[in-house]
Design a binder for this molecule. Structure first.
Ligand SMILES: Cc1cc2nc3c(=O)[nH]c(=O)nc-3n(C[C@H](O)[C@H](O)[C@H](O)COP(=O)(O)OP(=O)(O)OC[C@H]3O[C@@H](n4cnc5c(N)ncnc54)[C@H](O)[C@@H]3O)c2cc1C
Length: 301
């Protein structure tokens, strides 16, 4: 029986591990991918306070090493269920079940994909799901945004602070975004709207994005636009299927917590991007993890 089982070794889970084990708890972090989470998908991080620039994998490695330096363990595990059995919890993986006094869900989000060839392969090499993070790398270059909702339009507007031109592709002929965002877009000369266009394939040169080919929803005609970056904004999806039975998710699947990261179930906590929150970034994930780790340690003291 561990004091704490953490699901997800991204910035949130690793920060919680650091705080919890430094306070004396026994803890294990389970991850079904590489430790560091989405940091591994990020070429460069320029907005983590105190670190002017570091590659995502470098920061992931440093967070990981630091987090495990107080006696915590990291084990590969794909979590498929959490059972609340009264005085303890059970975290169920495909092959093993871990018993613990507290659980922290820090499993992040996954992006809704465009579902076209080379999308995975070129993520971090021109395909990015985070304009706030990566826009400065496209200064004076042309980029594409895919999607017609608020985040697509808002991120397209944000990208115009850097890019020379922002092509926005929507598969319908009307946007789903709010009027206020659409009015701003209409006034922005850097944005070129392409309606009734769905991504068809990515054009690659030298291992990087060189353009996007789109198909006309009515005619089926394929056309190409040269861009250095493609930002799909088709929505984020929380990774929380394994917590469905606990009744702690909102209608979109994000975990509802209070400001101490506690859910309504005693000793079940959540931190990072999987939480219902406004800003999903490394700094807010580490913040959540620290609060959760400290809170759990104080409860198990
Ligand atoms: C391309 C890109 C660039 C970005 N750039 C920046 C940037 O420059 N600055 C910035 O601040 N933020 C950036 N972000 C956002 C930032 O990476 C996230 O906000 C942050 O990683 C969230 O941390 P997290 O720990 O909550 O989740 P994640 O980093 O998503 O980690 C969750 C972990 O949980 C694991 N997991 C999921 N399900 C299970 C399961 N069932 N069982 C076991 N393990 C599981 C995953 O494998 C993963 O390792 C970027 C994101 C992307 C995609």
């Amino acid at each position: 029986m561990k004091d704490l089982v953490i699901i997800g070794a991204g910035p949130a889970g690793l920060s919680a591990m650091l705080y919890a084990t430094r306070a004396g708890l026994s803890a294990i972090v389970l991850d079904n991918g590489a430790p560091g989470g989405k940091l591994n998908l990020t070429a460069e991080i320029e907005n983590y306070p105190g670190i002017k620039m570091k590659t995502g994998p470098e920061l992931a490695y440093e967070l990981y090493e630091h987090a495990l330096s107080f006696g915590g363990e990291h084990v590969y595990g794909n979590v498929i269920d959490i059972k609340d059995v009264g005085d303890h919890k059970e975290v169920v993986c495909e092959d093993t079940t871990y018993k613990c006094k507290a659980v922290l869900i820090a499993s992040g989000t996954r992006e809704r994909k465009m579902g076209i060839d080379k999308e995975e392969e070129l993520t971090g090499k021109g395909v990015s799901y985070c304009a706030v993070c990566d826009a400065p790398f496209y200064r004076d270059k042309e980029v594409a945004v895919v999607g017609g909702g608020n985040s697509a339009v808002e991120e397209a507007l944000y990208l115009t602070n850097f890019a020379s031109r922002v092509h926005i592709f929507i598969r319908r002929d009307v946007f789903r975004a709010d009027k206020i965002a659409l009015d701003k877009m209409a006034q922005n000369e850097k944005i070129v709207v392409h309606k009734l266009k769905k991504p068809h394939h990515i054009i690659e040169a030298d291992g990087k994005v060189a353009g996007i080919a789109v198909i006309d929803s009515n005619t089926g005609e394929i056309s190409e636009v040269a861009v250095s970056g493609i930002f799909p904004y088709l929505g984020l999806l929380p990774v929380s299927e394994f917590a469905k039975n606990l009744g702690i998710l909102d209608e979109s699947g994000y975990v509802i917590t209070d400001e101490t990261m506690a859910t309504k179930i005693p000793m079940v906590f959540a931190a990072g991007d999987v939480r219902q929150k406004g800003l999903r970034q490394v700094v807010t994930a580490t913040n959540d993890g620290a609060i959760a780790g400290q809170k759990i340690a104080s409860l198990l003291d």
